[in-house]
Design a protein. Structure first.
Length: 379
């Protein structure tokens, strides 16, 4: 029979009680408050679902075995205070993966882990939005009373951004990086200690990461929740935080293997919005790649270039818009230039004599055209 979930009336911690432990006096393993278990389950199904994903319950809780009658015995728990008082352990030790849904992966951990510099510096040094390792800015997770998007709280908590050079991103040690970030005001300790995450200058970061902290006013103990939208970045964080090879890691790994990373999600927010002005996918059409025109500055990405889908190749520039269907024969010629390469594109009804492209763009174009099975002749 599954352990019964109850909530401490004093500190609010989630506790596990053996099935045979009913209508008896127990003690919270976190704040040591004694209280009597009600005959009915103290937490509703909705409350449990909001904290813990059902399929992970067995991984999250300690093994607690109770005899059918008499005093409840807790494996590995503190001994009972008296013959009819049972200590219920708090279920928040370590770093736990408690939920995976469309909002991402949600972790639960004791607030005391924020005192560890290595833990606070465990976030991958790449953009949480598009995975880029360049043009990054460091932001800090804001642990609010509720699980709220950190970017939306920056103005309220005066949390600024730290611009890092590519060398600093690569070379700064954890302690040096953390020392360059200020504490977060209006957040209870240790949630005020900076825990950095990274966004490139083209991604807004809205909805990418959220934090929550609850501190008991008497004991000073607390729990935190951290939600990361991108499952691959969540896995990198879990590994860096010491969770590699754990059941939580295996569960997250299995979910990632079943979830294909969509090329559209790897494009920064601002660039996606610009592309949407001239590319609207048709029914059953799937985006494969965007190749920017490198005659324009990087900050203008999305305003011009080539989009390849599984049904069309679209070229867009300032006053030109051309499309080639999957069945149209297309010729692509790569011309070497000074520092850049130039593409010449020819379709049955249109021709582009020059579009600057870098090595990454050329690889993206070749891969996408091959994947979609365009009739392409390369010169």
């Amino acid at each position: 029979m599954r352990d019964r979930l109850v909530q401490c009336p004093a500190c609010g911690r989630i506790l596990a009680a053996p099935p045979g432990c009913a209508n008896c006096v127990v003690r919270c393993g976190a704040c040591h408050t004694r209280f009597r278990l009600p005959r009915r389950v103290a937490m509703t199904d909705e409350a449990i679902a909001s904290m813990l994903q059902e399929e992970h319950l067995r991984d999250l809780y300690e093994d607690i075995h109770a005899p059918p009658t008499g005093e409840a015995k807790l494996t590995g728990a503190e001994a009972a205070i008296s013959g009819n008082t049972t200590v219920l352990p708090a279920l928040t030790e370590g770093l736990r993966l408690v939920r995976m849904d469309r909002k991402g992966a949600t972790f639960l951990f004791p607030a005391s882990r924020l005192l560890e510099p290595a833990f606070r510096a465990a976030m991958p040094r790449r953009c949480l939005g598009c995975s880029s390792r360049m043009h990054l800015r460091a932001h800090v997770v804001i642990f609010a009373p509720e699980l709220i998007d950190s970017r939306s709280l920056e103005a309220e908590h005066s949390a600024g951004a730290l611009v890092l050079s590519e060398e600093e991103i690569r070379d700064l040690g954890n302690d040096e990086l953390l020392n360059r970030l200020p504490k977060v005001p209006n957040v209870p300790h240790p949630g005020d200690l900076p825990m950095p995450y990274f966004l490139c200058d083209m991604c807004t970061g809205t909805g990418e990461i959220s934090g929550q902290i609850n501190i008991h006013s008497v004991t000073g103990q607390g729990t935190c929740r951290l939600q990361i939208r991108n499952l691959r970045r969540a896995e990198e964080f879990l590994v860096q935080a010491g969770g590699e090879g754990t059941p939580c890691h295996e569960s997250l790994r299995r979910r990632i293997e079943k979830t294909a990373e969509h090329p559209w999600d790897l494009i920064p927010d601002v660039v996606r919005h610009r592309i949407e002005q001239w590319f609207r996918p048709q029914p059953a059409e799937r985006f494969l790649a965007y190749v920017p025109d490198r005659d324009h500055a990087r900050t203008e990405d999305g305003m011009s270039g080539i989009v390849v889908s599984n049904g069309r190749m679209i070229y867009h520039a300032n006053r030109r818009h051309h499309e080639a269907k999957l069945t149209d024969p297309v010729e692509v010629q790569v011309v070497q230039g000074s520092g850049k390469e130039s593409l010449r594109l020819k379709a049955p009804l249109w021709e582009v004599k020059h579009m600057a492209v870098d090595g990454e763009g050329k690889s993206l174009l070749r891969r996408a055209l091959t994947l979609a099975r365009f009739q392409v002749t390369w010169h």
